[in-house]
Write a protein that binds this ligand. Structure first.
Ligand code: UDP
Length: 239
């Protein structure tokens, strides 16, 4: 018998760096395939999956700001970088038998559908993975904020923030050997303890919408599926 997932609809946030693996730049095919493998394993559970992908592996708006480029221009370039990652992810999904659609917040009709909430919901109901590209479509924002926004819009029950660390710790485990990881923590405690979960805008939106955030290590094989089956993995931030 098929196990019953704890969540029916989720929003997964993948940073651009997550697609990079140990490379210095760009998209690592093996890493991408591993990620799709994880995604596939939860689609097979009947979970509806929305994904927001970052762009930091290709371009980061803020970085260019330092060189004198207009911040908004740099941010739009950053959003374009996320579209490339989204297309790579979609391509890999299709190769591995997972139905996926890219919806872009910036119009690019030759390469992606425009972001239309109703259409995204329909794709999700049909079991297709929806990859939200180009962030929110606005400069001065991040893809973490996009994850919170799209998560709220599609009625996701959980936002999953894929990271390179296992979860949220009492202190930086690299600096403090006595640091321990939280299994769960409330929004208020995370805020007061100054524990970085997502950027402030994303955090505030999730907190206000009572949309829980699960921070987990994407490099731990099977982690995504374990979370969706309600097993202990990472840190849950909740109301
Ligand atoms: N970005 C933006 N508005 C958004 C989302 C992203 O301007 O709504 C830009 C911003 O410049 C950011 C870049 O796109 O630096 C890439 O996104 P992000 O840094 O969030 O990617 P990640 O760190 O997750 O790879």
């Amino acid at each position: 018998v098929q196990p019953t997932p704890k969540y029916k609809r989720i929003l997964l946030k993948l940073s651009g760096e997550a697609l990079m693996g140990d490379d210095a730049f760009g998209i690592n095919r093996t890493v991408l395939q591993g990620m799709v493998e994880e995604i596939k394993s939860v689609v097979e559970l009947g979970v509806e999956v929305g994904i927001v992908v970052g762009g930091g592996n290709i371009f980061r708006g803020v970085a260019l700001g330092a060189t004198g480029m207009d911040r908004a221009t740099g941010d739009y370039m950053g959003m374009l970088a996320t579209v490339m990652n989204a297309m790579a992810l979609q391509d890999c999904c299709r190769n591995m038998g997972v139905e996926a659609r890219v919806q872009s917040a910036l119009n690019m009709e030759q390469v992606a559908e425009p972001y239309i909430r109703g259409k995204a919901l329909r794709h999700l109901r049909l079991g297709r993975v929806v990859i939200f590209a180009a962030g929110t479509g606005n400069p001065f924002m991040t893809t973490d904020t996009t994850a919170a926004l799209r998560g709220a819009e599609i009625g996701a029950e959980l936002v999953l923030k894929a990271t390179k660390v296992d979860g949220i710790y009492t202190a930086d485990p690299k600096l403090d050997p006595t640091a321990t990881m939280f299994d769960e923590i409330t929004f208020d405690k995370a805020l007061h303890g100054n524990l970085k979960v997502m950027d402030a805008t994303a955090f505030a939106l999730c907190r206000e919408q009572k949309l829980p955030i699960q921070v987990f290590n994407i490099n731990r094989k099977g982690a995504l599926r374990r979370i969706l089956l309600g097993e202990k993995e990472g840190t849950l931030v909740h109301s």
